[in-house]
Design a protein around this ligand. Structure first.
Ligand SMILES: [Fe+2]
Length: 387
């Protein structure tokens, strides 16, 4: 057995309650954490879908006081985090509950960081930059994809520099994730497709990551299989709770994998793109996925062969090149079937934006675990191919 420290792997995860109705235990968990006043974070879409009122009702049943904060944009902004942290302190809250997609959950993580550590949220960019523990976080995801409810990532948008910053720290792994497939019934087909493809990308990037290992591989492969087998049917049948459950389980597993194995160039490039153009995160990933697979393939051939098999491709008798082409075709087909065939140019990217987008992408922490080392020029070429 090798004593090489680079072979060591860690695995962090929240306490997870999974299944229809899981959200209803929020009051109990808040009590367990000694909640005097809960800071309840959500966003306008989730309020409209009725989930904020639903969770507030659960807290009321347990006699727990709360303050709501819903001024969160689709890509949560640093100003929103700072405003939230100010309100958290003014109201003397001591537990944070987030209900929603990645945006309210990432904003809630930011509120936790700033309320405990001071300074501006943008000062915490990077890996392991948080000194003091943050308040208890109880997260209830209403989308099946972002996995902010299980991950050690928080992504915050800096509107001044038009970039997204990544904060990666064990401190932002929630204490409890109440993963309830019923909450995803209110997602429209486009959001279901975007978040589902995001989850697929999490699983693929985690599996080919240089940080992958036996603790994460099983989750990455299960996640890939569950999303691949159920996402197309789900987008066609959005009211099917059984399909919702399978995709949510896949998303959760992909989340556990990527939180611990980290990601790769799709996410590094997608963060750069989403920061610049304020586009949906899953759509950004979808526009880049096959191009990054094409770029990475030669440096992780064996791993990509397993990805292909997990996505149902019979690779027997195929040359490595044929596997690469077949895998890329499969990804393009899946995207087409869920309605995400948009290209970068149609989303507002022009050739002249690419050097700046690439500059930001190569400084994103996710690029560090990409299986193929990537120069700025490499990343430019991938963006150009995706244009
Ligand atoms: Fe993602």
């Amino acid at each position: 057995m090798s004593n090489d420290i680079t072979n060591l792997r860690k695995f962090v995860s929240p306490e997870i309650i999974f299944g229809a109705g899981a959200r209803k235990s929020v009051g109990n968990y808040a009590k367990t954490f000694g909640a005097k006043k809960v800071f309840l974070v959500s966003d306008p879409g989730v309020v409209e879908a009725g989930w904020l009122a639903d969770i507030a009702g659960c807290l009321e049943e347990e006699g727990i006081e709360y303050v709501t904060f819903t001024q969160v944009s689709p890509n949560p902004r640093s100003e929103e985090v700072m405003l939230g942290a100010q309100l958290y302190q003014e109201h003397q809250c001591n537990v944070i509950v987030a209900v929603g997609g990645g945006s309210p959950m990432d904003c809630a993580k930011g509120v936790g960081i700033v309320s405990a550590n001071g300074k501006n949220i943008l000062d915490y960019e990077g890996i392991d930059t948080i000194d003091l523990p943050i308040p208890p976080l109880i997260f209830i995801p209403t989308t099946a994809g972002t996995s902010a409810d299980v991950s050690q990532f928080a992504i915050i948008s800096d509107q001044v520099d038009k970039v997204k910053i990544s904060i990666v720290s064990k401190a932002v792994v929630p204490d409890v994730a109440l993963i309830d497939p019923e909450t995803t019934l209110t997602m429209d087909p486009f959001l279901s497709a975007c978040t589902g493809v995001d989850a697929l990308v999490h699983a693929v990037e985690a599996f080919v990551s240089t940080g992958a290992g036996p603790l994460t591989d099983m989750h990455a492969l299960d996640g890939m299989r569950l999303i691949n087998e159920n996402l197309v049917a789900l987008v066609a049948n959005p009211a099917d709770l059984q399909l919702r459950e399978q995709v949510m389980l896949g998303s959760m597993k992909a989340g556990l994998a990527f939180s611990n194995a980290i990601l790769g160039a799709v996410h590094a490039m997608s963060h750069s793109l989403g920061g610049y153009l304020d586009l949906p995160h899953g759509l950004c990933n979808a526009m880049l996925l096959e191009h990054v697979i094409n770029f990475n393939y030669r440096d992780a051939e064996d791993r990509f062969k397993v990805v292909a098999q997990t996505l149902g491709i019979d690779i027997r008798g195929m040359t490595s090149n044929q596997v690469r082409e077949r895998l890329i075709r499969q990804v393009i087909d899946l995207k087409q079937q869920v309605g995400l065939s948009q290209k970068l140019a149609a989303s507002g990217v022009s050739m002249t934006d690419i050097p700046m987008l690439s500059e930001h992408a190569i400084s994103d922490p996710c690029i560090l675990t990409n299986p193929r080392r990537s120069s700025k020029r490499d990343v430019e070429v991938v963006y150009e191919e995706a244009l």
